[in-house]
Design a protein around this ligand. Structure first.
Ligand code: FAD
Length: 361
């Protein structure tokens, strides 16, 4: 319920202004995001590699509104891959990149086909740069309206770059069918990341009961683990990690990997890696962190409590020094944005700061 309210609230410009103008948000962002630029991303990738973890880097941004921006995102990824290669981080896919199709133009163009063509061309350039650097690309999953196009783009790219990965979301009703087709075949089944799904989806398309999502995850996981491809098990959920470990016993060593997000369950990442498992950390970077932060907050009401406390206590310890109303990044929040309770957050304001039940999803 809280999760759905938050994800719906994320679309509001007023809430975007409130959250991005809050020092507590900046503190939370620092936990989940490597930094603002490619050098930060490379630094964090180097640290994680030194700790025995693999990495996938995501340049933050989604729903790109014009083709120039989509091209700039492509250029950023290509430059990032060059930096990573120069640092010796890309060999054998140790550090790869994750790309969101809407960040490189999927929703642009006169019609859906034009958007898909543009996204394909941009990701193809990124995949070529990744290939030249000895690594690869995984195509992130976004909301259900993009699923078909994203899977098609990945399938086309695999004709030339077989290691390009797809992502599927256990929350979508269609996913069990999708994984069956992705896991079909004998030798050339692809790399597939299975996650629960971070988007607010209509009930016609998605399971909303967390237990249904977990059951779907377990079913999809079994299909992938029994198939010939390379499963990438993207979850922090201890129960699902245990199920993956049990299913993985029947597979050759190193034939699947665990994936977790930067800043979440770092102890578990280290534990799995120390046990000999392959573990990859998904590390986002860049200034456009708002959508990503809201999705992480939706999964973690405790962090939301911290944020709301600071919003409603001007003298609180998370307020920046200086006059009330001054927002970080040198921007002054307009009076109308101060202490305004956005309707979509009203239902959770009363809970701010109090311990909440751990999220199940
Ligand atoms: C590597 C990776 C890639 C992903 N790629 C995509 C993608 O392409 N598309 C997409 O829609 N989604 C993606 N996701 C997000 C995913 O869909 C879920 O929204 C997210 O992983 C939370 O689900 P969970 O499986 O960890 O289970 P949850 O039930 O949310 O969490 C299980 C446990 O993990 C811990 N935990 C979870 N979240 C947090 C947090 N924010 N802070 C601290 N602890 C936490 C808690 O202990 C919690 O009880 C990705 C996730 C990962 C790990």
């Amino acid at each position: 319920m809280l999760r759905r309210a938050l994800l719906a609230a994320a679309a509001s410009d007023q809430i975007r202004g409130l959250l991005t103008g809050t020092p507590a948000a900046r503190a939370i962002v620092a936990r989940y995001v490597a930094g603002d630029n490619a050098s930060d991303a490379v630094r964090v990738a180097r640290e994680l590699r030194a700790a025995g973890l693999l990495v996938t880097l995501d340049y933050l941004g989604e729903d790109t509104k014009d083709a120039l921006r989509a091209a700039a995102v492509r250029t950023e990824y290509v430059a990032l891959l060059e930096k990573l290669q120069a640092d010796g981080l890309t060999a054998d896919g140790a550090v790869e990149v994750s790309v969101k199709p809407t960040a490189v133009g999927l929703l642009l163009g006169a019609d859906a086909a034009a958007g898909e063509r543009l996204a394909f061309e941009n990701i193809e350039r990124i995949a070529a740069a990744a290939d030249a650097a000895g690594t690869t690309v995984t195509i992130d999953a976004e909301d259900h309206r993009t699923t078909d196009a994203s899977l098609r783009i990945a399938a086309r790219l695999r004709e030339r770059y077989p290691s390009v990965g797809s992502v599927v979301q256990a929350s979508l009703r269609r996913t069990e069918t999708d994984v069956r087709s992705l896991a079909a075949g004998t030798e050339d089944a692809p790399r597939v990341r299975l996650c629960k799904g971070a988007y607010n989806e209509p009930i016609s398309e998605a399971f909303t009961d967390p237990h249904e999502i977990d059951k779907s995850f377990a079913r999809c996981l079994r299909v992938l683990m029994e198939g010939p491809g390379y499963p990438m098990v993207a979850t922090h959920d201890p129960r699902l990690v245990r199920i993956a470990s049990a299913l993985g016993l029947a597979r050759p060593a190193g034939s699947f990997e665990y994936q977790m997000l930067y800043g979440i369950r770092a102890d578990e990442q280290a534990r799995l890696a120390a046990s000999g498992a392959v573990v990859r950390v998904y590390v986002p970077y860049g200034g456009d962190w708002y959508g990503y932060l809201v999705r992480r907050l939706a999964e973690r009401p405790q962090s939301l409590g911290l944020l709301l406390r600071s919003l409603y206590s001007p003298g609180g310890k998370h307020q920046p020094p200086g006059p009330p109303g001054r927002a970080p990044f040198g921007r002054v929040a307009p009076p109308s944005l101060r202490l305004v309770v956005p309707p979509a957050l009203r239902s959770v304001r009363g809970n701010a700061g109090r311990p909440t039940k751990p999220p199940t999803r």
